[in-house]
Design a binder for this molecule. Sequence first.
Ligand code: PEP
Ligand code: MG
Length: 577
Amino acid sequence: MTFSVHGQAVSRGIAIGRAVLVASSRLDVAHYFVTTEQVDAELQRLSDARDRVIEELQRMQLGLQKTEAREAHHELNALLDVHLMLLEDKQLQEGAAYWVQERHYNAEWALTSHLEQIARQFDEMEDPYLRERKSDLEQLTELQLRQLRGVPSPVAGQPPASASQDDPLVLVAHDLSPADMLQFKQSVFVGFATDVGGKTSHTAIVARSMDIPAVVGGRSASQLVQQDDWVIIDGDAGILIVNPSDTVRAEYEFRQREIMLQRGRLAHIKNTPAVTLDGERVELLANIEQPTDTVPALSVSAVGVGLFRTEFLFMGRSGKLPDEAEQYQAYRAAVEGMHGLPVTIRTVDVGADKPLDRNARDDHLNPALGQRAIRWSLSEPAMFLTQLRAILRAAAHGKVNLLFPLVAHRHEILQIKDMLAKAQQQLDLRGEVYGPVRLGAMIEVPAAALTVPMFLKHFDFLSIGTNDLIQYTLAIDRVDESVSHLYDPLHPAILQLVAGTIAECRAQGKSISVCGEMAGDPTMTRLLLGLGLRSFSMHPSQILAVKQQILRSDTRKLRTWAQAVVSSEDPAGQIAG
Ligand code: PEP
Ligand code: MG
């Protein structure tokens, strides 16, 4: 049956493929295809893992029988019996093997796919006893995955042999954490849909950085879609179409080809300098999440990195934070990767929708207003000093700008400066080489936007984080899909804060950039140019579309118009008209 689910359009384009349902906690298993020749070896891995779990459980049972309190362990013994029975079940074994044999999934992926499929059947069962068996299956899958981890696949580590599978795959999940998204970057999926999330949730931001179509906030999408259904992600309209008819599918395939052609046309301006019709030079910088992202940045001729979101190095590590050496290597790789172009490294911004750990629940009442970004850094001086030392050392290898997120108070600025001096002192004591850095602050809290002159006394440059500025000015949680319709970059209050910040920086001759999603939205380019912005930082995938707008703009004509838009009651109407 064909049906569609409406959500938020967060990353443009069309993806057509078979649905792969994955629970967030299981996304970190490897997802790759094995070749026809490798199928037998992969099936063997699957059955070896099962056999080892059986042995483990039998050993446990034997141990129980030897203990004095045999009686007390009666229930546990019975449970082990159930688990052993499930492991021996032919149908369950064949179910997992199907994904390897027919779809060429690697063993780990086959196990989780099978689990997602049968978990649903269990959910629908009337009998509560049988419904509870779902958690037994989950535990058994975990045990087998653990065994598989100890025995790497003969094909693990090699690039996915995706040539062996023709059907593209689309990931459908209830939620994906930003850490999941990093796994996703190396995976085989061509698009994704989630039940939760908003336009500027970090999940959506990473999707845009990968330039893959995505729909978030589809509410019950992951409940309605079945494993292996054909789905279309319409990332422009924010729609997920399930089991489309042939006509609908053909229409979308046509649109997909159109998009490819359009992208091909944009590639022609890759080496054209970003200069407006009236000769104004504009700096187009890249937002990156990991050092390897410098490759796509350079491929679209970004003239530097305007935002390196370092928190992605810190997430999903079960509390074990990266030490100075690891961070130094990562920052140095980014700096060297840009071959002498400047790199703006932002100190860690975890908290709210970017938890350190996927499974760690944030018990604070209001995480977005809580201990995140610079607040967390200042409350963890040892961690903060480690990061500052690593960044300072990387600055010996190229031009580095050091950027601090979510700063709002003067005392925070003074503390930051103290910590920086301390980090330098520590490096001096160790006789370590480090380089100079320019200091910058994000303007992403209304309090900061309203006190720009104070910020300019202490910082060399500012960067406007419109995602958070909108969240905090309009009081809407950026990840809550139920208020996402209120998320409005063109609200007069936002435009006044952005315009005021740009104007103040220009008046004082200080560098000002925008690195929030607004900078990468081509429909905003003319307005930002008209307000005097000459430095835009965005995901590499957006750079050429924004450059195209710049090449067609004359800033002399935009100035008065932009001021009129800002002071209008209905800026969206003004822009459209
Ligand atoms: C922003 O808030 O606009 C920004 C660029 O930072 P992040 O999206 O990482 O919070
Ligand atoms: Mg922010």
